[in-house]
Design a protein around this ligand. Structure first.
Ligand SMILES: Cc1cc2nc3c(=O)[nH]c(=O)nc-3n(C[C@H](O)[C@H](O)[C@H](O)COP(=O)(O)O)c2cc1C
Length: 364
């Protein structure tokens, strides 16, 4: 199988300029007869399935994804200022002995270039550093991407704050809100804050800090008004369920939904035992694909429990290791309203169609 959207053998900028791999041959779009729709926030979706923030770099990628029947997709995470991409390579395949847990992720994994026919049960690492061409470019391009939404399709904007010189933690949190406002001005009706980023107030990742999360979603919601706000979380273990409950409770007044999971960080080395991705701070990188499926499912079950316990109505987007219609159904069974696939969709143009067919059969 060839890559559909992003070609890992080429640098990020080449991918950005070339557009999705699939657009260089005639896209054969299987016909769908839509007999059902699926509610999500204020929208009715053709299928509750699509692609999360990442593989769709700009409007031409979004256009291809909608054509292929991925009905709810994210425009890759953007910033309030231009920001460079990490050094090439940015995507490697990794071998995972079974399913990845935070404990297993302490040990190095071996990374190799992804071959043209990756395993159906592929796991990869991706390391881009949330590059952005800056709002002068992406606001206009996001408008274009929004114009590609067909009936029953939805584009979600993903944003992140940028740590700038002399910034206080609060300045950093305000930058999330400012970037979200820029996405709203571009016309986005649903905006996601990517909280799997460094916490400048302490060591670690933002989404595990209740104060930081509450402050970011409060400031962001104040800026974007009636635009729907989603927050993207990483994986929380069983021991972190109380922490998760606290974070969700504090965020409830401001959010419409939660997306999870992002990647799980692990050290990645080459066959000689050296750091696989070049550059400072890149020994550890995010792992995604088949090997994080159980973690994703576990997290969605946890979020569903928290939602029931709090008698709350937020939407849940389940992400992580969805490679087939079976995986999609497993996420729905755990309580996900919408399911998305990054790694799976990157090599399987038919995944959206396969899931639509599965849903049709259920209704038959
Ligand atoms: C190529 C690639 C780029 C990604 N970029 C982003 C990003 O910009 N923002 C974000 O929130 N997540 C990003 N992710 C993470 C995905 O949204 C998703 O949470 C993760 O890959 C798990 O899903 P999967 O197992 O289906 O790949 C990226 C993933 C991939 C594969």
């Amino acid at each position: 199988m060839q890559p559909v959207f992003y070609d890992p053998s080429l640098p990020y900028d080449k991918n950005f300029e070339n557009g999705p791999v699939i657009s260089h041959r005639p896209i054969s779009v299987p016909r769908r007869r839509l007999t059902h729709t699926y509610p999500f926030l204020d929208f009715q979706l053709n299928t509750p399935f699509g692609i999360p923030a990442g593989p769709l770099l700009n409007s031409s990628f979004v256009e291809a994804a909608f054509l292929l029947g991925f009905d709810v997709v994210h425009y890759k995470t953007q910033r309030s200022d231009p920001f460079p991409v990490n050094e090439f390579p940015n995507v490697l395949s990794v071998e995972i002995p079974g399913q990845l847990t935070p404990k297993l992720a302490e040990k190095p994994l071996i990374g190799r270039p992804v071959t043209d026919s990756p395993a159906r049960e592929l796991s990869i690492t991706n390391s881009f550093g949330n590059p952005s061409k800056g709002p002068d470019f992406w606001q206009a391009d996001m408008k274009k991407a929004l114009s590609y939404q067909g009936e029953g399709q939805l584009l979600i904007a993903s944003v992140v704050g940028t740590i700038k010189k002399h910034f206080t933690p609060d300045d950093y949190y305000k930058d999330f809100a400012l970037t979200a406002l820029l996405a709203r001005q571009a016309g986005a009706k649903v905006i996601e804050v990517n909280l799997s980023c460094p916490n400048v107030a302490s060591e670690g990742v933002l989404c595990y800090s209740p104060e930081a999360v509450e402050r970011i979603v409060r400031l962001t919601k104040e800026k974007i008004g009636d635009t729907h706000l989603l927050m993207k979380l990483g994986y929380f273990t069983a021991d972190q369920e109380d922490l998760l409950t606290d974070i969700v409770k504090r965020s409830l007044p401001f959010i419409s939904g939660i997306a999870a999971i992002n990647t799980i960080a692990a050290p990645v080395i080459d066959e000689k035992g050296k750091q696989a991705l070049p550059g400072k701070g890149r020994l550890k990188s995010g792992i995604c694909g088949a090997g994080i499926r159980e973690a994703g499912l576990d997290m969605i079950a946890r979020l569903t429990r928290v939602r029931e316990r709090l008698k709350a109505g937020f939407a849940i987007i389940g992400v992580g290791g969805v490679m087939s219609a079976r995986d999609f159904l497993a996420y729905r069974a755990r309580g996900a309203d919408v399911v998305q696939s990054a790694t799976g969709a990157m090599w399987n143009p038919d995944l959206g169609h396969e899931i639509w067919k599965e849903l049709e059969e259920q209704h038959a």
